[in-house]
Design a protein around this ligand. Structure first.
Ligand SMILES: C[S@@+](CC[C@H](N)C(=O)[O-])C[C@H]1O[C@@H](n2cnc3c(N)ncnc32)[C@H](O)[C@@H]1O
Length: 222
């Protein structure tokens, strides 16, 4: 069987799941709870309605449904590997469609952020790099730093492994088993910090418990 870097990269994955009406399951379910949690994280980090938020790997707008009504109209942007998934979220989940021009949901498979305006000041990638090898996080950090000079804070989640066990499968606190070389992926804290530093950020893990044992990180431009 061919192994893909993530389940999302398997041919036909989005078409099949969307045909079965599974746009909430594609992003991990726990719809309201996880959307609310992301909003709480952003509010505690200082997000205010006048800020401009980029939701990287935004999926079917689990966060977008909460962030769009909170932010000033037009201040939310989302990117994802799948335009069809974002479109389904927009059509079926977003109550305040007049607050989000559909062109602000941008298909982007390699964190190039095409067409996203330079005045983004906050970015989040929740449960995205948990599904991708660490090089993707490195690329995203470099591009964020280069593209968005007003960025104040980038929040993202990863699964962590300590050095002694980083090459093994690890059972995380919620029971999810993570791997060094296949999804869901774990990474060492020192490697996250080094990727951030070489991209021009100072990054640190934040306290608090997240679903499935993910760890929240904050990267601030250095
Ligand atoms: C677990 S879901 C989380 C979605 C969203 N952040 C949330 O919390 O609701 C992971 C998301 O990452 C997206 N994704 C996977 N690989 C990607 C890539 N290379 N570039 C952009 N998005 C990607 C998937 O399509 C999916 O929407």
């Amino acid at each position: 069987m061919t192994r893909h870097i993530s389940p999302y990269h398997a041919p036909g994955f989005y078409d099949d799941a969307l045909a079965r009406g599974r746009h909430r399951d594609i992003v991990g379910g726990r719809w309201d709870e996880t959307g609310r949690l992301q909003m709480q994280i952003l509010r505690e980090a200082g997000l205010l309605p006048h800020h401009r938020l980029l939701d990287i790997g935004c999926g079917s707008l689990r966060l977008g449904c909460k962030a769009v009504p909170y932010l000033n109209p037009g201040h939310y942007w989302g990117t994802d590997l799948s335009a069809a998934l974002m479109r389904r979220g927009y059509e079926t989940e977003l109550a305040d469609k007049d607050r989000l021009p559909p062109g602000q949901l941008v298909e982007d498979k390699d964190f190039a952020f095409p067409g996203i305006p330079v005045d983004i000041d906050h970015a989040i990638a929740f449960a995205v790099f948990t599904h991708l090898p660490a090089a993707h996080l490195g690329r995203a950090l470099i591009r964020l730093r280069a593209r968005f000079p007003r960025l104040q804070r980038f929040l993202f989640t990863v699964f962590l492994a300590d050095a002694a066990r980083a090459q093994e499968a690890i059972r995380q606190p919620d029971g999810v088993v993570t791997h060094p070389d296949r999804p869901p992926y774990h990474v060492q804290a020192q490697d996250v910090a080094a990727l951030a530093q070489s991209a021009g950020f100072a990054a640190r893990p934040l306290p608090g418990r997240l679903p499935r044992g993910q760890i929240l990180w904050e990267a601030i431009p250095a």
